[in-house]
Design a protein around this ligand. Sequence first.
Ligand code: CTP
Length: 406
Amino acid sequence: MQLAGKKIVLAVTGSIAAYKTPQLVRLLIKAGAEVRVLVTDAAEAFVSPLSLATVSKHPVLSNIADGAAWNNHVELGRWADAMLIAPCSANSLAKLANGLCDNLVCAVYLSAVCPVFVAPAMDEDMWHHGSTKHNLEKIKTYGNNVIPVAHGELASGLVGDGRMAEPEDIVHFLDSFFSGKSNNLPLNGVRALVTAGPTYERIDPVRFIGNFSTGKMGVAIAEELANKGASVTLILGPSQIKVSHPGIRLVSVESADEMFNAATAAYETTDIAVLAAAVADYRPDQMAPEKIKKAGDTLDIRLVKNKDILATFGRQKKDSQVLVGFALETNNEMEHAVGKMKAKNADMIVLNSLNDKGAGFGHDTNKVTLLFTDGSNKALPLQSKNLVAEAIVDNIVQLRDAKKTV
Ligand code: CTP
């Protein structure tokens, strides 16, 4: 059981299926998880907080403030290894999709840095309504995992889709997620390496040469590889992004040299390497041991070249390995990117153009073109970095399959 020791926040919202949640809590605890329960006001009409407090062995929280006590939603969101919203009513789903924050469940959801699982429950007609479908698609684009509804008898007496998945199935879904074995994922058993973020090259103890990369795109790729079952080593330069996917081993580095060493240590045994980091091409020849004092009108800093991780890996590449690089260009994009693919022996280059609005550093969206060694390319639309990551990883899976059949 992969749930052993995992901390789960269970949020119960207003649906008849809430009556099943004490059983869900018992099963999670039986699997070794620690569970804290939140309820909405509407949920309390369907399940007693006393039952949930008794089975979870912790107080059940329902309001952001209880009397004079403040329930710290940020703390709960950070405490959890997973947040499970079950049952998730149509109303709560709409709130999640639109970022509303009028109760504790929404506040914890918005603060959660862990994977979030949503188990919808509603009557069939509500389930098939266009707005419900739209909201579901929307929350998926935020990286939430939707646990499929079941078909069967509904509270209305109708028989159809919309029943919350059974507690056993929900526990199984979570367990599979943590063991990376859900639904025959295409990258089960595969090892992947991702570099992301900027690098900082120290000039003196207080200054560095860096760049505007945030690491968002590379982290999204690492998460997508892990979602598809890969065991991922993410080598991340200085970045504010919180990484909490159970399938990712995070190695934090600062300089290009540290990134090179960490990546080289993992490359030999890796099946897929995606080098998304914005690595500094040069570093100061020497780091001044003390802060450089202001003196003349100009200051010369001699820079020396850093080792190129992608080019090094390209030279060492085994036939079975898939090697993907990025190219960030401002002019003659295609020509430069194709040149990099050849020079560095990559199987695919993700071309980012800084000329595209909404693309590049810091944005939540990106617009890229995927270039392949046979001369073909795929221009993707402007979309969230998660969707771009999905498309990149789908293409990596295809490249891997093609190598296997050769
Ligand atoms: N890269 C790397 N190690 C370096 C420099 C770049 O692994 N020292 C990788 C990047 O992670 C990216 C690809 O090489 O996948 C291309 O990076 P980019 O900066 O666009 O290309 P450069 O080769 O550095 O060329 P230039 O800066 O002249 O455009």
